[in-house]
Design a protein around this ligand. Structure first.
Ligand SMILES: NC(=O)c1ccc[n+]([C@@H]2O[C@H](COP(=O)([O-])OP(=O)(O)OC[C@H]3O[C@@H](n4cnc5c(N)ncnc54)[C@H](OP(=O)(O)O)[C@@H]3O)[C@@H](O)[C@H]2O)c1
Length: 274
């Protein structure tokens, strides 16, 4: 498999996101991403684009073992009655026999089901071979501990949470490290906001690269997986080039210092953030 700096869990460190992208836009974004050299695609049941993503995966002609595909189970499916069937439905849309990583999208079941119930289903889906790895998303420090208490150490491979220079999410990252849970930083650009930050722009100028590359390199330097999205081939190419950029300690410290708790994803069913 081409080198995209894989982690020990076999997750390529850099992938593409697909939130908000629908129909042709989702198809084209994923098709271009695979064409320029990405292998890791992040989707979710609630994004409504699994079928478009699946078509792009199929049309790419890439071998299944060279792809890394993540999807996420939505809140209304976090119960024994719906969980497994919802994953089968995701796989039908994605035209896959298995995903590489299946996440609980939010720790917020719609009918008050317990974490014990939905994590048991998550583990079952892995045992059924419908996913290679299992993980969570938007889990707080307390919820990570609760989840590890339920499933045991070494079972939860990933926690996908918002991480960018304006929200470094340090406490969650530390808690995950303690339990050997890889963190994926979502919305790395804070949906574009951090790309005009004057500190980041100055660091980009110093290295002769774009602000997007600096932000991705900062995420990777912190041992995060990250999944920026783009609808443009040029931006996808730029984002991939970030793998070649190494920031120095001063750059990293300056970017770390930008944290101001500016959270982008904060729906009313969010947990009590750390
Ligand atoms: N687990 C969760 O609850 C959760 C929540 C939110 C997001 N996510 C995941 O994280 C992914 C990333 O988050 P996001 O898509 O919301 O935001 P993002 O990746 O932080 O930012 C995307 C924006 O950045 C722009 N962009 C991308 N590359 C660029 C470049 N090289 N130069 C300039 N602009 C660039 C894109 O515009 P163009 O299209 O014009 O390039 C787009 O407007 C999502 O797609 C989703 O897969 C997960």
């Amino acid at each position: 498999m081409p080198e995209l700096q894989k982690t020990e869990l076999n997750i390529p460190k850099l992938g593409v996101g697909t939130f908000r992208l629908q129909d042709d836009e989702a198809y084209n974004s994923v098709a271009m991403a695979l064409d320029v050299g990405f292998f890791h695609v992040d989707t979710a049941q609630i994004y409504g684009n699994e079928a478009a993503v699946g078509r792009a995966l199929k049309d790419s002609g890439l071998a299944r073992e060279n792809l890394f595909i993540t999807t996420k189970v939505w809140n209304e499916n976090l119960n024994k009655a719906k969980f497994v069937e919802s994953v089968r439905e995701s796989l039908r849309k994605l035209q896959l026999d298995y995903v590489d990583l299946l996440l609980i999208h939010w720790p917020s079941p719609e009918n008050g089901e317990t974490m014990q119930e939905y994590l048991t289903e998550l583990k079952r889906v892995k045992e059924m071979g419908l996913t290679k790895h299992i993980g969570v998303s938007n889990f707080t420090v307390a919820q990570i501990k609760q989840a590890v208490d339920i499933l045991g150490e070494g079972v939860i491979a990933n926690n996908q949470v918002e991480v960018h220079p304006y929200l470094t999410n340090e406490k969650v990252r530390q808690a995950c490290k303690k339990h050997n849970i890889k963190v994926t930083g979502y919305m790395p650009f804070a949906v574009g906001k951090v790309l005009t930050d004057e500190t980041i722009v100055a660091i980009a100028k110093k290295h002769g690269v774009s602000a997007a590359e600096v932000v991705i390199a900062w995420e990777l330097a912190h041992d995060l997986v990250t999944i920026p999205s783009s609808t443009k081939r040029k931006n996808l190419e730029t984002n991939l080039k970030a793998l070649e950029l190494t920031l120095d300690a001063e750059d990293l410290a300056q970017i770390d210092g930008l944290d101001c708790g500016d959270r982008q994803a904060n729906p009313d069913f969010s947990p009590a953030w750390d």
